[in-house]
Design a protein around this ligand. Structure first.
Ligand code: FPP
Length: 297
């Protein structure tokens, strides 16, 4: 296990357990999930079409940059915090939808290292919303097999959010159906620097030697150790940036950008993004023919 630098999150916050994923990159839980009548009830109740989605080819890991809360609030003549509150409702619907269809990992960019520079009132409100979300959702997480994980600089978080986060992670740690991974006080560059520090430390201790240092090993020193890389990254609000999010992990991720502002995002938008993902050919540097044949020549 990597030793992390002093700025890195303590181990209990980490997403460490790898999932049993099929080698073909297909999510075996998807088919079962979508055809279970109990599971699709909410989606059907709301008349949202899922017909376009192939349940056998779901992204295992979806990462979302939830952007546009402030603009949504402005459009509705409300304060920014009201936008974040509506954004928390969109989080609820998105998490439920992912669980229902069988997505294994959902990472949400909830608070970046740069967000600390926002007005103190907004930072406080965001932390309050996160705390409220965790307190109100823990029961549902337990009932639905959702494990909570977090990535980022947890040392920077203050009480009570820190304690609530730690407690929710501990209480849900045995859940296996889905991981909800919150990026909190997270920055991709910070995470990479933390990984380098961990590797240097282990190198100094003699635990590692130069040939050991491979991309796979590097991944194991990141906060996301044990999680698959995102297959699909969604960014809302018409911005086309990665904003220091999962820089290493997105090497082969499919990007989906939508003009929808985060508070207006819902399961219908999620299914649209997944359908678009499924229309793409992921080549990972191979040729189309090689991908179709299922092996490099
Ligand atoms: C970006 O919109 C959004 C954030 C910085 C915070 C995201 C937080 C939430 C969705 C609510 C709470 C989260 C959870 C997990 C319960 P912005 O404020 O930058 O919007 P703007 O670009 O329109 O100003």
């Amino acid at each position: 296990m990597p030793v992390r630098g002093s700025l890195r999150a303590p181990r209990f916050f980490m997403a460490r357990r790898p999932f049993a994923l099929s080698l073909s990159g297909r999510n075996r839980c998807g088919r079962q999930g979508i055809h279970d009548p109990k599971i699709i009830s909410e989606t059907q109740k709301r008349g949202i079409a899922m017909t376009e989605i192939d349940p056998g080819n779901l992204p295992r890991h979806i990462a979302i940059i939830m952007d546009g809360n402030g603009r949504w609030a402005k459009q509705h003549a409300m304060g920014r915090i009201a936008g974040h509150k509506k954004g928390a409702d969109a989080v609820r619907d998105t998490v439920r939808a992912c669980r229902e269809i069988g997505v294994r990992v959902l990472t949400l960019y909830a608070f970046s290292t740069e967000n600390w520079l926002r007005p103190a009132r907004e930072v406080k409100a965001l932390m309050g919303l996160l705390e409220e979300y965790l307190r109100s959702e823990v029961q549902e997480m337990l009932e639905n097999g959702i494990r909570l994980a977090a990535i980022g600089d947890m040392e920077a978080l203050k009480e009570p959010i820190r304690g609530v986060l730690r407690e929710t992670i501990a209480r849900t740690s045995q859940n296996r159906e889905m991981t909800l991974n919150l990026a909190l006080s997270y920055g991709g560059r910070d995470e990479i620097v933390g990984a380098v520090k961990g590797i240097v430390e282990d190198f100094r201790k003699g635990v590692l030697s130069t040939p050991d240092i491979t991309p796979d090993l590097f991944s194991r020193y990141l906060d996301t150790a044990g999680l698959p890389d995102p297959d699909l990254l969604i960014r809302t609000s018409g911005e086309y940036r990665i904003s220091n999010f999962l820089l290493w992990q997105c090497a082969y991720t499919e990007f989906y950008f939508t003009d929808v502002l985060w508070p207006d995002f819902n399961r219908g938008e999620l299914f649209r993004a997944i359908a678009e993902y499924q229309r793409r050919e992921r080549r990972f540097g191979l040729t189309s023919d090689q991908v179709r044949e299922g092996r490099p020549e």
